[in-house]
Ligand binder design. Structure first.
Ligand code: UDP
Length: 484
């Protein structure tokens, strides 16, 4: 009997990191007969009760993916309210390293005595310290980069960029940043955790950009159909590690179908005309201020278009108040929306609280547009279904993604922010109409372009497509290691 190749994966906390990482692992299992062990980080708040979304993902894993839960390291609720997601991630990972070392060592010993010795350890860019632990045990390491080539390119260019400017904040950079093969970037659109050069997260990104060279390869969730030049430029770089563009890796339906409210959303969509509904969502943890939420509600109402809106409790201090939290504090949508909004939009709009079965919504024939925060998984999920976008970036690398989607790929419209960072109701109603009204020429261009990308994504994932080949190359590399 052929020995299975065995790898371990270590997704950083948060469902949006877990989703693409386990989908990647599933592909190695299903297409290349791999065995995978998945280490799951926990915090004291989610240890006893993981969110329905996280539970649905973990419950849907095939039997050839083993899960090892690390003991809870920290309680996010004990951290200051304004802690940035990147700091929270770093904290929980740092506190889990010694348990990881113990458990990984046991796995190494036990797997060596059965038919599936552990060959390699994969972590995402937040987990570079975990990669160090694995290397300390003589395990080969790889990075699973859940975003795109543009962000990876920025990571590689950061040390050079760092030497070339003196201002403290990226937003003050006088010139556009020109990363090879990517749409030029204003400093203000560079990923948010590295905006301030004096911050700890900036220093840790700078460190990550050096640490990646200690690994044996990087897997990116992108494909040549959308980032051909950026990928080529990365691969052509002298001294570069092997890069495997295996995307688009997106969540497959069933993991999403048994979360709360799923049937309700889908049966409402069943009753709507083809391509008539705008899906509105800000990812796994994006939040709006109360004022912005009011403007969005009025904008959707004034647009006259149908919508399905995943509403979160507003937060006036942070755009990522719900990020990395498995469940948001309880609230009633009626209490956070303008008075009378739900009655006035009844039948035309559906509001769901906190979470929707996103991939099922996007693949539904009634969905025709997505007002999206430009998180990379949401972006890819939209591309796979050919759903055009309204770009509404909030934090992390979302502004960079928005630049690519609006200026580079031309598959998204971006509303103009008017005052104090607020997008007004008139502007919202205008872009929604442009995207959703079938008779609007400007919207048609964006819809047509998105359909081209949908075809390009399907091609990349086809039997002989570029991403299928990249995954086979990776599987071959890992198998060769296993047999040495
Ligand atoms: N998601 C979902 N339902 C929701 C919100 C998000 O299923 O109501 C999923 C979405 O399909 C995607 C992930 O959560 O797979 C969000 O990841 P993304 O990278 O887009 O954004 P982030 O959450 O990191 O900001």
């Amino acid at each position: 009997m052929d020995k299975k190749t065995h790898i371990a994966i270590f997704p950083s906390p948060g469902v949006s990191h877990l989703i693409p990482f386990v989908e990647f692992a599933k592909r190695l299992v299903l297409l290349h007969n791999f065995h995978v062990t998945c280490f799951i980080l926990t915090t004291t708040d989610d240890y006893s009760a993981p969110s329905p979304a996280k539970k649905a993902i973990l419950d849907s894993l095939p039997a050839t993916i083993d899960i090892i839960y690390l003991p809870p390291a920290v309680n996010f609720d004990d951290l200051p309210k304004d802690s940035k997601p990147a700091s929270k991630l770093s904290l929980i990972i740092t506190h889990s390293l010694s348990s990881l070392q113990t458990l990984l060592n046991s796995l190494l010993i036990s797997s060596a005595t059965n038919s599936t010795p552990l060959t390699a350890f994969f972590a995402d860019p937040f987990g570079v310290k975990a990669l160090e632990v694995a290397r300390g045990l003589n395990i080969s390491t790889f990075i699973f980069f859940p975003t795109n080539a543009a962000v990876l390119s920025l990571l590689f260019h950061l040390p050079m960029l760092d030497k070339s400017f003196s201002c403290r904040f990226m937003r003050d950079l006088p010139d556009l940043i020109k990363l090879p093969g990517c749409a030029p970037l204003h400093g203000k659109d560079v990923l948010e955790p590295i905006q301030d050069r004096q911050s700890e997260t900036y220093k840790s990104f700078l460190n990550t950009s050096k640490e990646v060279y200690l690994t044996e390869g990087i897997i990116i969730n992108s494909f040549s159909g959308i980032e051909s030049e950026a990928i080529k430029a990365l691969q052509a770089n002298e001294g570069m590690l092997p890069i495997f563009p295996v995307g688009p890796i997106v969540q497959i339906g069933p993991t999403n179908s048994n979360t709360n409210g799923s049937e309700y959303c889908l049966s409402w969509l069943d009753k709507q005309p083809s391509r008539s509904v705008l899906y509105v969502s800000f990812g796994s943890g994006g939040t709006l201020s109360s004022d912005q939420m009011t403007e969005l509600a009025f904008g959707l109402e004034m647009s006259g278009q149908k919508f399905l809106w995943v509403v979160r409790k507003p937060d006036n201090e942070s755009a990522n108040a719900a990020y990395l939290k498995d469940s948001q504090s309880q609230f009633e949508a009626i209490d956070v929306l303008p008075q009378g909004f739900l009655e006035r939009t009844k039948g035309r709009g559906l509001v769901v609280q906190s979470w929707a079965p996103q991939t099922l919504v996007l693949s539904h024939g009634s969905t025709g547009g997505f007002l999206c925060h430009c998180g990379w998984s949401s972006t890819l999920e939209s591309i796979v279904e050919g759903i055009p976008l309204i770009a509404w970036p909030l934090f992390a690398e979302q502004k960079m993604n928005a630049v690519m989607l609006v200026d580079g790929l031309e598959v998204a419209l971006r509303p103009i922010t008017v005052e104090n960072g607020i997008v007004g109701r008139d502007e919202i109603a205008r872009v929604v109409k442009v995207l959703m009204d079938p008779s609007c020429e400007e919207g048609k261009k964006v819809r047509d372009r998105m359909n081209e990308l949908k075809d390009a994504a399907a091609k990349a994932l086809s039997h002989d497509g570029s991403s299928t080949r990249a995954l086979s190359d990776l599987a071959f590399t890992l198998r060769s290691k296993a047999s040495n």
